[in-house]
Design a protein around this ligand. Sequence first.
Ligand code: G16
Length: 542
Amino acid sequence: MSSMQSIIDGSGKFPKPKDQSFQYGTAGFRMKASLLDSVVYRVALLASLRSRKLNGQTIGVMITASHNPPEDNGVKLVDPMGEMLEASWETYATTLANAASDEALGEAYETLSKDLNIDLSSPARAVFARDTRASGPHLVTALLEGFNAAGVKHTDYELLTTPQLHYVTRCVNTKGTPFDYGEPTEQGYYEKTAKAFKAALGGKKVNGSLTVDCANGVGGPKLHELVKYLAPASDGGIDLRIVNDDVVRPERLNHQCGADFVKTGQRAPPASHAAPLERCCSLDGDADRLIYYFIDKESGFHLLDGDRIATLAALFVGDLARNAGLGEKLKVGVVQTAYANGGSTSYITQDLKLPVTCTNTGVKHLHHAATKFDVGVYFEANGHGTVVFSELALKRINKYDPKSPAQASALDTLKALTQLINQTVGDALSDFLLVEVILAHKAWGLHEWDLTYSDLPNRLVRVEVPDRNIFKAVDAERKLENPPGAQAQIDALVGKYRSGRSFARASGTEDAVRVYAEAATRGEADELATLVGRLVIDVASQ
Ligand code: G16
């Protein structure tokens, strides 16, 4: 049987739902899991093309819907260095996913291979993993069918966090090269992370305990594993209180917990039972986002979101580079999106005196922009982000000969950070260890961190409309180009509020429009968000 016939036959087992169109969005395909069979099968075919195009390098496939509700699922591809799929390939993903019949899929696959000059008889390889959603194992059967039909050699990593799968993908592809990223195993990830955490602490003590809300997702069991590799608090490690780590009842995933719940609702997950001043953080469903918070008896809930993590990391890395004697040689820059609080952007540009780039939402955009700096710090306000060191920066850090014990100590910490921070994508586990390292070095609690600058009160709302695709945003998603006239109406509303700013954009992961608003007071920010939300509903129904 020709391989094209196997592709058509395999597709027959996972037919495309009629009248359903698919799009590779902010983080791959994402929707109700019951609609995803054909998409996952076809993603396996895309992995075959991508791997073959890249001379048989290994492609990662992650089955997850991250922060979305339990009945959703999703799938995305990871490029060989652990980065998100190159943007130009997203249209090929969409083409395959929308081929109307099994035969049309076979043709689309063949046409793509010809157009892209791909030899279908050359080797193809993939690694894959999934989160804890109930629909995961079934979707894996579709993926395997696709791999087998297209002749892709594959390794099943079973349950992993999304960043762990990104890590493994890079490790597999760099093994035995000068860019060796580590052991391509889950254990290798824990060993590398734990070792770097210890080195980055450099004898400093983590003060007090940290409550980690795992969103009842895959981060729970994986954090329990990681803990086995970290020293206990009594021995220079960290005292963790792990909550919302129930993966036995999948319906509890992201329910009243997790980073998205905390960021959007601006309140602690009820099940965390966070006591006043307790240091708390939340991961999301696949552990690639991180949000910190604490409750103060007098002033209430305090959120330390992705903007705060970015500013803390930029401040610390900048100081370390200067103290190590590399201040002139390592240019630190920060990448944000339109959701970044205006207070954070002013702090970075005016106090830290660092450049800021603003990109579209989606880690792929931020990551790309961050690689333009020697040290690029990128975080979305929702807690998704990391710090990337360029090849040149790594060379400078690793080759530098310190001129004093103080320089040597700063340099050691900097070196350890290059190992601790996941270089492939935002990683909530390594990010919280990074935050803990910085707080330990500075002898800060969350209160001191919170005092570095003031956030403008803000509100993020989710608005459901009949067709979100009519909302077309431009200028790093800060302005609406379509529907015509909508932006002028938003501007008119914004003009009525002190320090007002607001924008609306279609979500790439949910069937909704997101509205962000900030203003001088909490009441004004809430009011502005409500008014812009109403406006979005009005223009969508015209
Ligand atoms: C994904 C992306 C993030 C993005 C988020 C929300 O996160 O990886 O970059 O910020 O979706 O995107 P949107 O506003 O377009 O729905 P996650 O954690 O859900 O994978």
